[in-house]
Design a protein around this ligand. Structure first.
Ligand SMILES: Cc1ncc(COP(=O)(O)O)c(C=O)c1O
Ligand SMILES: N[C@@H](CCCC[NH3+])C(=O)O
Length: 390
């Protein structure tokens, strides 16, 4: 992404900022769409990964739908121009106000996460004289083999309806005149890199689908969620292996005629297309440690502090296109300015000797980066810069 480009273009821009490579995003979207097309799979982009309107516009144009987790995200999707009939609303804690707003917008489907939510949705839809389409999010108890904080499909997780509650769930559905049950929904976790996990998911989806069909329900939608991971260690490899991913579902999922398979991808679509660009404020050489203090911190990119997540860090002022001040390699703790000891992007990271004013890129920051920024320490809001602007 950067190796072949002149990074002097960043020199006159006030840091920190998110730099979005919209060409790379376009290539990623096209690759994904082409890989899904032979199977007629439907993709809904998970806005939670990044709700930046510029990116959303590109995603809408490619023809994907929107997977939203709040009324704010539903509103954003509508504002950007996603077809309401391609918007799904998930989430374990939808408020009445949010449900009402989504009902008014006649979205495609509510992914419902509890029996009580079914009852509330039935009541609220009834008050409006509407029939709400619903898919049931089932917790399949499948281990996603990812970081425990971003695993969502195990019995101990709060998400979805557990298998032992499905009989009651089916009875509730039959007794809910204002709901139209259209399918089943799963999402077992995020940043999944072991694709075999999805084979296990398919086995469970087939079992649950058969269970509902046995009870006389007709399933139009099998929604298998998202979770496909990206390679944080090699951000230059850039585009995830969508072909292998979709192939697994084609092979292992039982799809009946007339049924649609839906995916909710977030990170895999946008993750590699942004870097957090930041400048070195200070170098502190201690007895035990050397610190690079950047002008971006956990308030701009929270993932390392929250999950000890790895992001590749590059001193762009030392790339082949720039004048090297020195070629010495030094181990640094690369930290931000926030008053928290966890405000650290990487420990003992080997970098060329760095100086005040050097520009750093923290790579693979397009997903769960800008959207998870916080106001802590009353920092200025982070800005976005797009590749087509500079
Ligand atoms: C219900 C649901 N769908 C889709 C996603 C998108 O996940 P990812 O960004 O890992 O593809 C998430 C987040 O993990 C989610 O909770
Ligand atoms: N925020 C997480 C992913 C959570 C996905 C939402 N269910 C991350 O940064 O990796």
């Amino acid at each position: 992404m950067f190796a072949d480009k002149d990074i002097s273009k960043f020199n006159n821009i006030e840091t920190p900022f998110y730099y979005y490579d919209t060409d790379l995003l376009q290539e990623t979207l096209q690759t994904c769409a082409a890989a899904a097309a032979p199977y007629k799979f439907h993709i809904h982009y998970a806005l939670k990964a990044n709700f930046n309107a510029v990116l959303l516009n590109q995603i809408k144009e490619i023809g994907f739908g929107a997977d939203c987790v709040s009324a704010g995200e539903v509103r954003r999707a509508v504002e950007v121009g996603f077809d309401n009939k391609k918007i799904v609303f998930a989430g374990v804690g939808k408020s009445d106000k949010e449900i009402n707003e989504a009902l008014d917008l006649d979205i495609f489907c509510f992914n419902v996460e509890s029996i009580q939510e079914l009852a509330v949705l039935n009541e609220l839809a009834g008050k409006k004289g509407k029939i709400a389409q619903v898919a049931i999010r089932i917790n399949p108890n499948v281990d996603a083999h990812t970081h425990h904080n971003i695993t969502t499909g195990l019995d101990e997780n709060k998400f979805g309806i557990n298998s032992w509650d499905l009989t009651e769930c089916a009875e509730t559905l039959k007794a809910s005149p204002n709901l139209k049950f259209i399918g089943i929904h799963f999402h077992i976790g995020s940043q999944i890199t072991n694709l075999d996990v999805y084979k296990n998911l398919c086995v469970r989806v087939n079992e649950f689908a058969a269970w509902f069909e046995d009870k006389g329900f007709n399933l139009k939608v099998l929604n298998v969620g998202g979770g496909l991971g990206i390679d944080y260690y090699h951000p230059d490899h850039q585009i995830p292996d969508f072909e292998s991913y979709f192939k697994i579902f084609n092979e292992f999922l039982t799809v009946k005629p007339g049924q649609e398979v839906h995916f909710e991808l977030g990170r895999a679509l946008v993750g590699q297309s942004a870097s957090l660009i930041t400048r070195v404020l200070y170098i502190k050489n201690g007895k035990k440690k050397n610190f690079v203090v950047l002008d971006a911190g956990m308030t701009e990119l929270m993932r390392p502090a929250l999950y000890q997540a790895y992001h590749k860090i590059e001193n762009l002022s030392k790339t082949p296109n720039s004048e090297p001040k020195t070629s010495n390699l030094v181990k640094y703790d690369i930290v931000g300015p926030i008053c928290e000891s966890t405000d650290c992007f990487g420990k003992e990271v080997e970098q060329p000797e760095s100086f005040r004013g050097d520009i750093f890129a923290i790579r693979s920051a397009g997903a769960y980066g800008e959207v998870m920024a916080s106001k802590y320490n009353l920092r200025d809001a982070i800005k976005s810069v797009y590749s087509y602007e500079i």
